[in-house]
Design a protein around this ligand. Sequence first.
Ligand code: ATP
Ligand code: MG
Length: 237
Amino acid sequence: MTLKETPYILQAEEIHKTYKIFGTSLEILRGASLRVMPGERIAIKGKSGSGKSTLLNILGGLDKPDKISGTQVKIRDRDITKAKESLRARIRANDVGFIFQSYHLMPEMNVVENVLLPALALPRGRTNARERALQLLDMAGLSERLTHFPKELSGGEQQRVAIARAMINCPTIILADEPTGNLDSATGDQILKMIFNFCQKENSGMENAPALVMVTRSDGIANRCDRVLNLSEGVLS
Ligand SMILES: Nc1ncnc2c1ncn2[C@@H]1O[C@H](COP(=O)(O)OP(=O)(O)OP(=O)(O)O)[C@@H](O)[C@H]1O
Ligand SMILES: [Mg+2]
Protein backbone atom coordinates (compact mmCIF):
# COMPACT_ATOMS: atom_id res chain seq x y z
CA MET A 1 0.00 0.00 0.00
CA THR A 2 1.35 3.43 -0.88
CA LEU A 3 1.10 6.31 1.55
CA LYS A 4 -1.82 7.86 -0.32
CA GLU A 5 -4.03 4.80 -0.30
CA THR A 6 -6.75 4.52 2.32
CA PRO A 7 -8.87 1.58 3.46
CA TYR A 8 -12.02 3.49 2.53
CA ILE A 9 -13.98 3.01 -0.64
CA LEU A 10 -15.57 6.38 -0.09
CA GLN A 11 -13.95 9.20 1.80
CA ALA A 12 -15.74 12.53 1.94
CA GLU A 13 -14.15 15.33 3.92
CA GLU A 14 -15.34 18.86 4.72
CA ILE A 15 -18.30 19.01 2.35
CA HIS A 16 -19.87 22.43 2.12
CA LYS A 17 -22.83 23.34 -0.08
CA THR A 18 -24.32 26.77 -0.36
CA TYR A 19 -27.28 27.58 -2.59
CA LYS A 20 -27.62 31.17 -3.73
CA ILE A 21 -31.14 32.30 -4.49
CA PHE A 22 -32.02 35.91 -5.30
CA GLY A 23 -28.91 37.18 -3.56
CA THR A 24 -29.50 35.12 -0.41
CA SER A 25 -27.07 32.39 0.58
CA LEU A 26 -28.46 29.16 1.97
CA GLU A 27 -25.68 27.24 3.68
CA ILE A 28 -27.00 23.67 3.64
CA LEU A 29 -23.86 21.58 4.24
CA ARG A 30 -21.24 23.01 6.58
CA GLY A 31 -18.34 20.61 6.66
CA ALA A 32 -19.98 17.18 6.52
CA SER A 33 -17.53 14.27 6.47
CA LEU A 34 -18.08 10.55 5.91
CA ARG A 35 -15.77 7.58 5.54
CA VAL A 36 -17.12 4.28 4.30
CA MET A 37 -15.36 0.94 4.53
CA PRO A 38 -15.90 -1.72 1.86
CA GLY A 39 -19.21 -3.50 2.39
CA GLU A 40 -20.21 -1.22 5.26
CA ARG A 41 -23.89 -0.29 5.64
CA ILE A 42 -24.62 3.22 6.86
CA ALA A 43 -27.97 4.87 7.54
CA ILE A 44 -28.32 8.64 7.35
CA LYS A 45 -31.12 10.34 9.23
CA GLY A 46 -32.06 14.00 9.52
CA LYS A 47 -34.97 16.41 9.37
CA SER A 48 -36.63 17.30 6.07
CA GLY A 49 -34.56 20.00 4.42
CA SER A 50 -31.41 19.19 6.39
CA GLY A 51 -29.54 18.38 3.17
CA LYS A 52 -29.58 14.57 2.96
CA SER A 53 -30.39 14.42 -0.75
CA THR A 54 -27.91 17.21 -1.43
CA LEU A 55 -25.21 15.24 0.39
CA LEU A 56 -25.97 11.97 -1.40
CA ASN A 57 -25.89 13.69 -4.79
CA ILE A 58 -22.47 15.11 -3.95
CA LEU A 59 -21.17 11.74 -2.69
CA GLY A 60 -22.18 10.14 -5.98
CA GLY A 61 -20.82 12.92 -8.19
CA LEU A 62 -24.24 14.10 -9.42
CA ASP A 63 -23.67 17.49 -7.83
CA LYS A 64 -20.58 19.47 -6.82
CA PRO A 65 -19.71 20.80 -3.36
CA ASP A 66 -18.54 24.39 -2.82
CA LYS A 67 -14.91 24.92 -3.77
CA ILE A 68 -13.13 25.06 -0.43
CA SER A 69 -9.62 23.89 0.37
CA GLY A 70 -9.76 20.65 2.33
CA THR A 71 -12.91 19.43 0.57
CA GLN A 72 -12.64 16.05 -1.05
CA VAL A 73 -14.89 13.20 -2.16
CA LYS A 74 -12.76 10.20 -2.92
CA ILE A 75 -14.22 7.07 -4.43
CA ARG A 76 -11.58 4.36 -4.35
CA ASP A 77 -8.92 7.03 -3.86
CA ARG A 78 -9.96 9.19 -6.82
CA ASP A 79 -11.22 12.65 -5.89
CA ILE A 80 -14.37 13.25 -7.93
CA THR A 81 -14.53 16.91 -6.94
CA LYS A 82 -11.34 17.52 -8.90
CA ALA A 83 -12.10 15.21 -11.82
CA LYS A 84 -13.33 16.43 -15.20
CA GLU A 85 -16.95 15.59 -16.05
CA SER A 86 -15.90 12.71 -18.32
CA LEU A 87 -13.88 11.02 -15.55
CA ARG A 88 -16.62 11.74 -13.01
CA ALA A 89 -19.15 10.06 -15.31
CA ARG A 90 -16.85 7.06 -15.67
CA ILE A 91 -16.33 6.72 -11.90
CA ARG A 92 -20.08 7.09 -11.39
CA ALA A 93 -20.85 4.39 -13.93
CA ASN A 94 -18.20 2.00 -12.61
CA ASP A 95 -18.52 2.44 -8.88
CA VAL A 96 -21.83 3.98 -7.86
CA GLY A 97 -25.35 2.57 -7.90
CA PHE A 98 -28.13 5.09 -7.18
CA ILE A 99 -31.58 4.30 -5.83
CA PHE A 100 -34.01 7.23 -5.56
CA GLN A 101 -37.28 7.67 -3.71
CA SER A 102 -39.17 8.24 -6.96
CA TYR A 103 -37.40 5.46 -8.92
CA HIS A 104 -36.26 7.67 -11.86
CA LEU A 105 -36.82 5.01 -14.51
CA MET A 106 -36.81 6.00 -18.18
CA PRO A 107 -40.50 6.00 -19.18
CA GLU A 108 -39.88 5.12 -22.83
CA MET A 109 -37.71 2.09 -22.00
CA ASN A 110 -38.95 -1.30 -20.90
CA VAL A 111 -37.79 -3.12 -17.76
CA VAL A 112 -34.77 -4.85 -19.30
CA GLU A 113 -33.68 -1.71 -21.16
CA ASN A 114 -33.87 0.34 -17.97
CA VAL A 115 -31.68 -2.14 -16.09
CA LEU A 116 -29.19 -2.26 -18.95
CA LEU A 117 -28.89 1.52 -19.25
CA PRO A 118 -25.88 2.03 -16.92
CA ALA A 119 -24.06 -0.84 -18.65
CA LEU A 120 -24.09 1.16 -21.89
CA ALA A 121 -21.80 3.70 -20.22
CA LEU A 122 -19.10 1.05 -19.85
CA PRO A 123 -16.98 -0.52 -22.53
CA ARG A 124 -16.44 -3.67 -20.46
CA GLY A 125 -19.26 -5.90 -19.38
CA ARG A 126 -21.40 -5.24 -22.41
CA THR A 127 -21.10 -8.83 -23.52
CA ASN A 128 -22.61 -10.34 -20.38
CA ALA A 129 -24.66 -7.34 -19.25
CA ARG A 130 -27.93 -8.76 -20.60
CA GLU A 131 -27.36 -12.04 -18.83
CA ARG A 132 -26.66 -10.22 -15.55
CA ALA A 133 -29.73 -8.01 -16.06
CA LEU A 134 -31.95 -11.06 -16.49
CA GLN A 135 -30.38 -12.68 -13.43
CA LEU A 136 -30.94 -9.58 -11.29
CA LEU A 137 -34.51 -9.24 -12.52
CA ASP A 138 -35.11 -12.87 -11.70
CA MET A 139 -33.82 -12.27 -8.16
CA ALA A 140 -36.09 -9.23 -8.02
CA GLY A 141 -39.07 -11.44 -8.90
CA LEU A 142 -39.65 -9.61 -12.17
CA SER A 143 -39.04 -12.33 -14.74
CA GLU A 144 -42.65 -12.01 -15.87
CA ARG A 145 -42.36 -8.25 -16.39
CA LEU A 146 -39.34 -7.94 -18.67
CA THR A 147 -41.04 -6.05 -21.49
CA HIS A 148 -43.33 -3.94 -19.33
CA PHE A 149 -42.85 -0.19 -19.32
CA PRO A 150 -42.55 1.71 -16.00
CA LYS A 151 -46.13 3.03 -16.18
CA GLU A 152 -47.34 -0.59 -16.38
CA LEU A 153 -45.68 -1.45 -13.05
CA SER A 154 -46.63 -0.89 -9.41
CA GLY A 155 -44.47 1.41 -7.29
CA GLY A 156 -42.78 -1.52 -5.57
CA GLU A 157 -42.07 -3.17 -8.91
CA GLN A 158 -40.60 0.05 -10.29
CA GLN A 159 -38.32 0.30 -7.27
CA ARG A 160 -37.21 -3.32 -7.75
CA VAL A 161 -36.26 -2.45 -11.35
CA ALA A 162 -34.33 0.55 -10.02
CA ILE A 163 -32.46 -1.69 -7.56
CA ALA A 164 -31.52 -4.14 -10.32
CA ARG A 165 -30.37 -1.16 -12.39
CA ALA A 166 -28.23 0.09 -9.49
CA MET A 167 -26.55 -3.34 -9.31
CA ILE A 168 -25.94 -3.95 -13.01
CA ASN A 169 -22.37 -2.60 -13.13
CA CYS A 170 -21.30 -4.30 -9.87
CA PRO A 171 -20.81 -1.00 -8.00
CA THR A 172 -18.54 -0.56 -4.98
CA ILE A 173 -21.17 1.57 -3.28
CA ILE A 174 -24.94 1.91 -3.41
CA LEU A 175 -26.41 5.31 -2.53
CA ALA A 176 -30.09 5.06 -1.67
CA ASP A 177 -32.19 8.17 -0.98
CA GLU A 178 -35.31 7.16 0.97
CA PRO A 179 -35.87 4.15 -1.27
CA THR A 180 -39.10 3.23 0.51
CA GLY A 181 -40.44 6.76 0.93
CA ASN A 182 -43.23 6.33 -1.66
CA LEU A 183 -44.25 2.79 -0.70
CA ASP A 184 -46.62 1.30 1.85
CA SER A 185 -44.86 -0.28 4.81
CA ALA A 186 -45.22 -3.92 3.69
CA THR A 187 -43.84 -3.15 0.21
CA GLY A 188 -41.18 -0.96 1.78
CA ASP A 189 -40.04 -3.85 3.99
CA GLN A 190 -39.84 -6.10 0.95
CA ILE A 191 -37.76 -3.51 -0.93
CA LEU A 192 -35.36 -3.11 1.99
CA LYS A 193 -34.90 -6.83 2.33
CA MET A 194 -34.03 -6.87 -1.34
CA ILE A 195 -31.49 -4.07 -1.00
CA PHE A 196 -29.83 -5.77 2.00
CA ASN A 197 -29.92 -9.09 0.15
CA PHE A 198 -28.33 -7.67 -2.96
CA CYS A 199 -25.62 -6.09 -0.83
CA GLN A 200 -24.59 -9.48 0.54
CA LYS A 201 -21.60 -11.07 -1.06
CA GLU A 202 -23.26 -14.40 -1.80
CA ASN A 203 -26.22 -12.74 -3.54
CA SER A 204 -24.52 -9.84 -5.26
CA GLY A 205 -22.85 -11.95 -7.94
CA MET A 206 -19.76 -9.88 -7.21
CA GLU A 207 -16.32 -10.50 -5.79
CA ASN A 208 -16.93 -7.88 -3.10
CA ALA A 209 -20.39 -6.87 -2.02
CA PRO A 210 -21.15 -3.16 -2.35
CA ALA A 211 -21.26 -0.78 0.62
CA LEU A 212 -24.57 0.95 1.27
CA VAL A 213 -25.30 4.52 2.30
CA MET A 214 -29.02 4.92 2.78
CA VAL A 215 -31.13 7.91 3.76
CA THR A 216 -34.09 6.78 5.81
CA ARG A 217 -36.62 8.05 8.32
CA SER A 218 -37.20 4.61 9.78
CA ASP A 219 -35.48 3.61 13.03
CA GLY A 220 -36.14 -0.05 12.21
CA ILE A 221 -34.21 0.22 8.97
CA ALA A 222 -31.45 2.30 10.50
CA ASN A 223 -30.95 -0.30 13.20
CA ARG A 224 -30.24 -2.94 10.60
CA CYS A 225 -27.26 -0.93 9.34
CA ASP A 226 -23.74 -1.06 10.81
CA ARG A 227 -23.79 2.65 11.66
CA VAL A 228 -26.41 5.38 11.96
CA LEU A 229 -25.44 9.00 11.34
CA ASN A 230 -27.52 12.12 11.81
CA LEU A 231 -27.30 15.13 9.50
CA SER A 232 -27.97 18.28 11.45
CA GLU A 233 -26.72 21.87 11.09
CA GLY A 234 -24.89 20.78 7.96
CA VAL A 235 -22.66 18.15 9.57
CA LEU A 236 -22.89 14.41 10.14
CA SER A 237 -22.51 13.02 13.64
N1 ATP B 1 -31.09 23.40 -6.41
C1 ATP B 1 -31.40 24.02 -5.28
N2 ATP B 1 -31.43 25.36 -5.21
C2 ATP B 1 -31.72 25.98 -4.07
N3 ATP B 1 -31.99 25.37 -2.90
C3 ATP B 1 -31.96 24.04 -2.90
C4 ATP B 1 -31.67 23.29 -4.08
N4 ATP B 1 -31.72 21.97 -3.76
C5 ATP B 1 -32.03 21.91 -2.47
N5 ATP B 1 -32.18 23.15 -1.94
C6 ATP B 1 -32.50 23.47 -0.53
O1 ATP B 1 -31.56 22.79 0.29
C7 ATP B 1 -32.19 22.26 1.44
C8 ATP B 1 -31.86 20.78 1.56
O2 ATP B 1 -32.50 20.06 0.54
P1 ATP B 1 -32.44 18.49 0.46
O3 ATP B 1 -33.31 18.08 -0.66
O4 ATP B 1 -31.02 18.07 0.40
O5 ATP B 1 -33.05 18.08 1.88
P2 ATP B 1 -33.41 16.64 2.46
O6 ATP B 1 -32.73 16.51 3.78
O7 ATP B 1 -33.13 15.61 1.44
O8 ATP B 1 -34.98 16.79 2.71
P3 ATP B 1 -36.15 15.67 2.59
O9 ATP B 1 -36.04 14.82 3.83
O10 ATP B 1 -37.41 16.49 2.58
O11 ATP B 1 -35.94 14.89 1.32
C9 ATP B 1 -33.67 22.56 1.31
O12 ATP B 1 -33.99 23.61 2.16
C10 ATP B 1 -33.86 22.95 -0.14
O13 ATP B 1 -34.83 23.92 -0.28
MG1 MG C 1 -34.33 14.29 0.33
